[in-house]
Design a protein. Structure first.
Ligand code: DMJ
Length: 450
């Protein structure tokens, strides 16, 4: 395995793994690394700025813009703006603020995915409002919230997956726990700022409805009908489709001091640790099991699952969090870049994509804050530097189709700016641009004051 150490803003010096592990903490140049992350953020942003300005996202290889729907919702500028404010990129922030205030609107007759628009756009607008105090961002957030909330108009109170921004017509009755239970943080903060409790109450009602439908052994499955409450897929895990439902139980219990949400977390985490945690192979992992029987169905784990070390640490379970972060790092370094999914029993890759996901660096950031152990700084540095090595393009950053061949894919997700580089920056930032203990991040890394 090859990792790299930055000796100056642009100069990369290869190190071997043995050197990295035995390196003394003093040699870590945190300020230099924070500056390096900031420079790479600028590089990625400038690529978007030059080739995709006004679009939702950049296609970095074809150097074009891409919209998710018929009209742009300015996904990248909205998602990235609070990172610019945190990193002190004031000119870029002004530029992004201007395009948002001049042209972001939601009165388009189009169906949008409730979950993605909520965590990225609603979540981003609210955190920008908290950071810059400009009420026009809160007005935009409130307008969007009033359109999205119509998705919750189902017989169970669990939201549909899609909603039309103009008509309010919802669709997509087969959903999943993540797309049902990842609203309470944004909606709760929106309620706090508007004084209208309906957002928080609606999001909480959906989580409670879903929790009621858990199995007798307190697990949830992968997909469910929001009209009937019938489970469509009973596979249980901590990965995509379930992940942020668990995360939001814990985060909302802390952010709003909500005892019901704490109870949801307490009930769920016991079952997750009993039926999904797996220590029988080399390391500590969370696999898949049937939600009704608890029987192991697959020994797979991936880049999305890596968020869970952060949640465990936040819940106070540092023992499991640290063990899981060891596995996270091992997964990342297996091929220098983490795969979307691997079989932890054989260490074979089962999905070789890397779409610039943040969760592994996010967990290193949380672990560093809770333990102050410098090994998490080194983990973050190695992961960040490998991303620079393999995903950087002359214009911006690109996802990888295959972490073995390192073949690039023509897409740069907005969460690369909103999350991956923000967490990397905060991990190294000594100026405390953001005090970890005073905020709760939504699942897209948008911070809200506690
Ligand atoms: C982000 O949009 C969010 O972190 C979400 O909760 C999961 N997936 C991506 C990043 O991987």
């Amino acid at each position: 395995m090859l990792v790299y150490s930055f000796t100056s803003a642009q100069q990369i010096k290869p190190l071997n793994n043995a050197n990295v592990q035995s390196e003394s903490p003093e040699t870590l140049d945190k300020a230099g690394l924070a500056n390096q992350v900031r420079n790479e953020f600028l590089h990625a942003w400038q690529g978007y700025r030059q080739y995709a300005w006004g679009y939702d996202a950049l296609k970095p290889l074809s150097k074009k813009g891409h919209n998710w729907y018929a009209h742009s919702l300015l996904m990248t500028p909205v998602d990235a703006l609070d990172a610019m404010l945190i990193m002190g990129l004031n000119d870029e922030a002004k530029d992004a603020e201007k395009i948002i205030l001049d042209s972001l609107r939601f009165d388009y007759d189009m169906d949008v995915q409730n979950f993605e628009v909520s965590i990225r756009i609603l979540g981003g607008l609210i955190s920008v409002y908290e950071l810059n105090g400009n009420k026009r961002f809160l007005d935009l957030a409130t307008d969007l919230g009033n359109r999205l909330i119509k998705a919750f108009d189902s017989p169970t109170g669990m939201p549909y997956r899609y909603v039309n921004l103009v008509t309010g017509k919802a669709s997509g009755n087969i959903s999943n726990p993540a797309e049902i239970g990842t609203y309470i943080v944004e909606y709760g903060v929106l309620s706090r700022h508007t004084g209208n409790p309906k957002y928080f109450e609606t999001a909480k009602k959906a989580m409670l409805a879903l929790h009621k439908l858990r199995s007798p052994i307190n697990l949830t499955g992968t997909s469910i009908n929001v009209e009937t409450g019938e489970w469509m897929e009973t596979d249980s895990h901590i990965s995509g489709c379930i992940d942020s439902y668990l995360e939001y139980m814990l985060k909302s219990s802390i952010l709003f001091n909500d005892k019901d949400m704490r109870e949801l977390w307490n009930t769920s985490i016991v079952a997750v640790n009993k039926y999904l945690a797996d220590t029988q192979y080399d390391g500590f992992w969370y696999g898949h099991s049937d939600m009704n029987t608890g029987k192991r169905s697959a020994t797979v784990y991936g880049s999305l699952d890596a968020f869970f070390a952060a949640s465990l640490a936040m819940s106070g379970d540092l023992t499991r969090a640290e063990k899981l972060q060891e596995s996270n790092y091992k997964m990342f370094m297996l091929n220098d870049i983490e795969p979307e999914e691997l079989n932890y029993a054989t260490m074979e890759i089962t999905n070789a994509n890397y779409i610039l996901r943040p969760e592994n660096i996010e967990s290193a950031y949380y672990l560093y804050n809770y333990t102050h152990d410098e090994k998490y700084l080194r983990q973050g540095r190695d992961m960040f530097q490998n991303i620079v090595t393999y995903c950087r393009t002359p214009e911006a950053y690109a996802a990888l189709k295959n972490v073995k061949t390192k073949e690039k894919r023509d897409y740069m997700e907005s969460f690369f700016l909103a999350e991956t580089l923000k967490y990397a920056f905060l991990l190294f930032d000594d100026n405390l641009s953001l005090d970890f203990n005073k905020v709760i991040f939504n699942t897209e890394a948008h911070p809200y004051k506690r």
